[in-house]
Design a binder for this molecule. Structure first.
Ligand SMILES: *[C@@H]1O[C@H](CO)[C@@H](O)[C@H](O)[C@H]1NC(C)=O
Ligand SMILES: *[C@@H]1O[C@H](CO)[C@@H](O)[C@H](O)[C@H]1NC(C)=O
Ligand SMILES: *[C@@H]1O[C@H](CO)[C@@H](O)[C@H](O)[C@H]1NC(C)=O
Ligand SMILES: *[C@@H]1O[C@H](CO)[C@@H](O)[C@H](O)[C@H]1NC(C)=O
Ligand SMILES: *[C@@H]1O[C@H](CO)[C@@H](O)[C@H](O)[C@H]1NC(C)=O
Ligand SMILES: *[C@@H]1O[C@H](CO)[C@@H](O)[C@H](O)[C@H]1NC(C)=O
Length: 293
């Protein structure tokens, strides 16, 4: 009797230790995060640019991501900008938003940093394999970082590993239209934010159509325009979960409506600040039965 109680307690202890052990961050993910830090450190802008950062210039004094230290005792799930699932211990959310802390508090300031020569000159190209160890990642925020594209490694194959990624924020970088093609393996995406980049030309309908689970697409503040017929607009039929598309601040004319007509699940369509002339094409708009905005 006494013996089985001891045995029971012992088992309990083992299970407890085991569970506790799982809270630690996974070595592969820890290494992956440190590699990401390294890549950002390598691309840190020079002093001239740093001096344009608003005080107190924490980045300048402490360096970026000061809590991400290469120490086995350091729990990576507690690092700044990292979120893990408390049950599994895997990294699920990573926010690398504005890593150099550009001043973005007001619209004016925002534009200053984005379009000043400094921002353009800072353009850098991270290795596309950088995130491959974070296989449980659900959301990734890389906004405001002056990224111009990826350095390929075996093409873009490593993105296949991010097969749980639902939200990707690439806002305020310097990506051109080739970014959409390079993300094509991220087919689990539900939300893609490419606002404030350097996308040019007509709406890349064919390239977008691989994201069949997409619900939210933000293409605001780019240089896209609408020719009379958008090549491959029939492909948009595959985006039958898309609820919100923001085309604000581009150069579309009303003919874009014709190309979007297959997006029948749309609830929100923002076309403000485009080249829309003449009256509202109410007949064409009537195909969007669920449209609320
Ligand atoms: C954490 O992971 C478990 C197991 O995969 C899942 O059931 C749970 O919903 C996740 N929790 C959060 C907050 O995502
Ligand atoms: C810093 O970088 C900018 C942009 O690349 C360049 O124009 C400038 O000359 C550099 N300044 C110094 C001190 O290296
Ligand atoms: C990109 O990352 C992969 C995997 O870590 C590495 O093998 C490759 O050499 C890197 N490519 C470049 C150009 O640094
Ligand atoms: C787009 O950017 C890539 C780098 O990611 C570059 O190789 C390509 O030439 C650019 N394309 C255009 C049309 O500017
Ligand atoms: C995209 O990012 C910008 C800047 O952070 C933000 O204002 C906008 O709301 C985002 N779009 C969506 C659909 O979340
Ligand atoms: C569309 O964009 C404009 C300008 O940013 C904004 O004022 C408006 O509220 C947006 N409309 C919707 C429905 O999001």
């Amino acid at each position: 009797m006494g013996r089985s109680l001891v045995k029971c307690l012992l088992w309990g202890l083992i299970v407890l230790v085991h569970l506790h052990g799982y809270r630690g961050c996974f070595e592969e993910e820890r290494m992956g995060l440190l590699e990401i830090k390294e890549e950002f450190v390598r691309s840190t802008p020079n002093e001239t640019i740093i001096n344009h950062l608003p005080p107190p210039r924490r980045v300048y004094i402490l360096g970026i991501l000061p809590s991400w230290v290469d120490d086995h005792k350091s729990e990576c799930c507690e690092w700044e900008r990292v979120t893990c699932n408390s049950t599994t211990g895997h990294v699920t959310h990573l926010s690398l938003h504005n890593i150099w802390e550009f001043h973005t508090s007001s619209e004016e300031e925002d534009d200053y940093f984005l379009y000043s020569f400094n921002f353009q000159d800072m353009v850098w190209f991270p290795n596309v394999s950088l995130f491959e160890s974070l296989k449980e990642l659900r959301s990734l925020d890389l906004s405001f970082n002056a990224i111009g594209g990826w350095i390929e490694h075996k093409g873009f194959e490593s993105l296949l590993r991010l097969n749980k990624l639902e939200s990707l924020d690439l806002c305020a970088n310097i990506f051109n239209q080739s970014i959409i093609q390079s993300l094509r393996l991220l087919t689990s995406l539900k939300s893609l934010n490419l606002s404030d980049n350097a996308l040019e030309g007509s709406l890349p309908a064919k390239e977008l159509s691989v994201f069949e689970d997409l619900e939210i697409l933000d293409l605001r503040k780019n240089r896209l325009y609408g020719p009379k017929t958008i090549q491959g607009s029939e492909n948009l039929l595959r985006l039958n979960k898309l609820e919100s598309i923001d085309l604000n601040a581009n150069d579309f004319d009303w003919s874009i409506i014709q190309s979007l007509r297959l997006l029948t699940s749309l609830k929100s369509l923002n076309l403000s600040d485009n080249s829309l002339e003449g009256s509202l094409p109410t007949k064409e708009l009537s195909v969007f039965e669920d449209l609320k905005f």
